[in-house]
Each structure stands twice: as structure tokens, then as C-alpha cells.
Design a binder for this molecule. Structure first.
Ligand code: GLY
Length: 365
């Protein structure tokens, strides 16, 4: 199949769809090829916008994450205006509780806005914390988005903007010389002028690129109907190896394990036990809440845990993958910077540190 479309994005996850919407809004014809949407990491995430709580050290990665966090409110407004759907953005701030016996070092990013809360102050901020919590860091500018609502809004925006979304699996990138010539899919060959690889944890299936899956198991509970308030948790709790993300409708997302087990799916008793024990320690009342769902997803991890953004070894192929723990957070900045690069040849200095060539020596590309 020959496309009149200019750009073919391979991957219909949060990164692929965010870039497709941005390109289309700038007047480019764009097609997305996507395998099963159910597999997207965007469905599996918790939606934290947490460069500070994730303790990303001062670095180009922190700058990229902060820029994206700052883009979020306007980006969400734009998507909600296109679709009429709420994307569930909640600048709730994040508390990183510290429990007895845990070391609490000062965050490395001194210049950012944060505060230490002692045992009394943290309980004033968020009543109901477990007795082992001795204090915590408060990051008022971190927040969260309901990643499933956001993903739904992006899929709807793609429809509203008449972006072609082809539901097929890409099998091979056909390359000739220094150009990509087409994509072999389960439904035949697709050609375009330019291509973007945004296939997340599955990127290695199409290109020799160091992206591997890191599995995360998660679960959710719901505040009981007879509770005095719809949602007693008014901020995200980001503990050691555990986070608790409240939604305004009463759901509470609990995540996540971090496992190098390839693409082995499924929830395990050990994974669930770790998450439940960690969550109940931080917020004991959870033990009485009805369980809603268990699930898992695959984070796209690179060797240095940083994304791969920008040019590739093929002059008409752009890379947008390897977002690891920060795909939801980095969606708006990835879309903006890559649209600037592809359409205006404007390479933001922030992109330099995320070029694929940093892996020279371990790659065949
Ligand atoms: N961003 C949180 C996680 O990947 O678990």
C-alpha cells in the first residue's frame, strides 16, 4: 500500500499518538500503525508526573522532564478542547513518605521547589498515614494524570483530526541504502515519505536498538461507597519501591514492581504481596478497600534508562522510544521537540543527550 501520507508513525502508544496529533495540528498528513492498543504501556502506567519524586538527578534528563511537566496544563487543555473528554490531569503534588529505618537524603535538585515535612506536618497534609511514617518530602509541582483517560483522549483526538490509525503489527522495517523504504506489516507493505519508530518496549523487534521490557505489576482498589468522602487521599504517595496514586473518582492505583523477565506477562502472588504490603504500610486503611483490578505492563528500558529521541542512521527515520519510567510525563515534550525537528529542522539543544549514537559500539545501526 502506498500512502499519500507524508509521515508514518510506527506505534500507537502514548508517544506515537501524541506525536501524531502534534504533527497533524501543524498541517502534516500522518498515519499511525498500531498493534493491539491493550498492550500499550500507557494503559499500564499510573500516570505520575514525577520528575522530583522519581529523584532524577540534575541532568539533561531532569531538564527534559521538567520542561514536559510545565507543558502539561496547556497540552491537556488542547486535547480536552479537541475531544470534549476529560483527560484526568490533577496537579495534586506528591508526598514521598519516609518510614522508620529509611535514610532520607536531601533531594539533589536543590533549586527546585520542595519541603521536608516532619511526622506531624505530613499527617496534617495527608491524614491516615501509617505509624511507621516519620516524615516525608513534599513536591508541590509534581502531579498526575489519569493515563487511561489521557490515552482515550488521544485516541479520540486522532479520530477527530482524521488521522489514519491502522490496526496491524509492523513486522519489518524495509531499508535500502540510508533510507527506510517501507514497513512490512501483517496486512502487507506500507510506504510513506518519512517514518517514526515509537514502538516502546517492542522496538528491538524492528531495529537493533538497546530497548528491553521491564515489567511492572500493578493493582487498583476503590474507596468504599459508604465512605464519608469520595477520595480521602488528596495527593500521590511515592514510597520506596511503592506508589499510591489516588484518582478523584475514588479509585486508587498501586504500583509497581520492576522485573527483568522479558515479555512474560501475568500477575504473580509475590508481586501482589509486595505491592499490598508496601501500600498498607504507608496507608493502612487501604487494607479494607475492595480490590478492583490487577494488571501489568512493559516499560521500554534502554541501557542507560534514558529515552532515544531524534535522528537515526536512516535519513527518513526518526526515533521516539525508550521512555522507560517516564513515558506519560515525557509525551508532550517528545511530541513538541520531534515535531520541531521533523517539520522545521529545529533541533532543541535538549535533544542532543538523547541521540541514538550514544550507544555506538553496542549497535549495528
Ligand atoms: N513511572 C513509574 C513506573 O514506571 O513505575
Amino acid at each position: 500500500m502506498n500512502l499519500s501520507q507524508d509521515i508514518l508513525i510506527i506505534g500507537g502508544g502514548i508517544i506515537g499518538l501524541s506525536l501524531a496529533v502534534e504533527l497533524k495540528l501543524r498541517g502534516v498528513s500522518v498515519t499511525v500503525i498500531s498493534q493491539n492498543f491493550q498492550q500499550a504501556a500507557a494503559r499500564a502506567a499510573a500516570g505520575m508526573l514525577a520528575p522530583q519524586a522519581e529523584q532524577i538527578p540534575p541532568s539533561p534528563m531532569l531538564d527534559l522532564c521538567l520542561k514536559s511537566r510545565a507543558l502539561y496544563p496547556a497540552w491537556i487543555d488542547k486535547l480536552e478542547a479537541i475531544t470534549g473528554l476529560p483527560a484526568g490531569y490533577w496537579p495534586s503534588g506528591i508526598i514521598a513518605p519516609v518510614c522508620e529505618g529509611e535514610v532520607y537524603e536531601q533531594p539533589e535538585s536543590f533549586t527546585l521547589n520542595y519541603q521536608w515535612l516532619d511526622g506531624d506536618a505530613i499527617r496534617q497534609h495527608q491524614p491516615g498515614l501509617g505509624e511507621k511514617v516519620i516524615g516525608g518530602w513534599w513536591y508541590p509541582e509534581d502531579g498526575q494524570v489519569d493515563n487511561r483517560a489521557l490515552f482515550q483522549a488521544l485516541q479520540t483526538a486522532a479520530k477527530e483530526l482524521q488521522i489514519d490509525v491502522i490496526q496491524d503489527s509492523a513486522i519489518e522495517l524495509i531499508r535500502q541504502g540510508n533510507r527506510v523504504f517501507g514497513v512490512e506489516t501483517t496486512a502487507g507493505k506500507i510506504k510513506a515519505n518519512r517514518y517514526v519508530l515509537a514502538t516502546g518496549a517492542w522496538s528491538k523487534q524492528l531495529l537493533d536498538i538497546p530497548v528491553c521490557p521491564t515489567k511492572g505489576q500493578m493493582l487498583s482498589v476503590k474507596v468504599p461507597e459508604d465512605s464519608a468522602v469520595i477520595q480521602p487521599l488528596q495527593t500521590v504517595l511515592f514510597g520506596r519501591g511503592i506508589y499510591i496514586v489516588p484518582r478523584q473518582d475514588g479509585r486508587i492505583i498501586i504500583g509497581a514492581t520492576s522485573e527483568n523477565v522479558g515479555f512474560t506477562g501475568g500477575n504473580t502472588p509475590a508481586g501482589m504481596q509486595t505491592l499490598l504490603a508496601g501500600a498498607i504500610k504507608l496507608y493502612p486503611e487501604l487494607q479494607n478497600y475492595p480490590v478492583l483490578e490487577f494488571w501489568w505492563g512493559f516499560r521500554p528500558a534502554t541501557l542507560d534508562e534514558l529515552p532515544i529521541l531524534g535522528a537515526s542512521a536512516w535519513e527518513n527515520l526518526t526515533l521516539a522510544t525508550g521512555h522507560y519510567r517516564n513515558g506519560i510525563l515525557l509525551a508532550p515534550v517528545t511530541a513538541k521537540l520531534l515535531a520541531d525537528l521533523m517539520l522545521e529542522q529545529k533541533s532543541d539543544p535538549l535533544l542532543a543527550d538523547f541521540h541514538y549514537s550514544r550507544f555506538a559500539g553496542v549497535l549495528a545501526i
